[in-house]
Design a binder for this molecule. Structure first.
Ligand code: SF4
Length: 121
């Protein structure tokens, strides 16, 4: 099976054509440097994504706090991660970069605040 993708390792954005067998990369064409093959292999065999979402708050200046993981997590865990975030309520002020959930879901990534959020005035 052929799979088309765009390499995002640099601004050139090469259009790659990956030959895929099951969950394995068999071949790749279209890359202008070796990083393209590495990108295609990772994207086919173990895709990762940074989770970006919001957490509900209580008695703080905004009802929702924007958050993200501080590094990519397995794409296959995104739904579980979103469900876990939906169960959270933040009750204390935070600064940008504050850790909201360390080692989030045991994925070796922290969930962090992406803006300051103070108490409700
Ligand atoms: S294959 Fe190489 S040149 Fe092309 S986008 Fe990826 S990193 Fe950039």
């Amino acid at each position: 099976m052929k799979r088309l993708m765009t390499c995002i390792e640099c601004p050139k954005g090469c259009r790659l054509t990956a030959g895929v067998g099951g969950r394995r990369l068999i071949s790749v064409t279209g890359q202008k440097c070796p990083r393209g093959k590495k990108y295609a292999k990772r994207e086919v065999e173990s895709p990762m994504r940074t989770l970006t979402t919001t957490v509900l708050t209580s008695r703080l200046e905004l009802k929702m706090l924007p958050v993200r993981t501080n590094k990519p997590i397995p794409k296959s865990k995104l739904l579980e991660a979103m469900k876990a975030v939906k169960r959270m309520t933040l009750i204390s002020p935070v600064r940008t970069g504050s850790v909201i959930a360390p080692n989030f879901l045991g994925l070796d990534a922290d969930l962090i605040a992406t803006r300051d959020l103070g108490k409700k005035l």
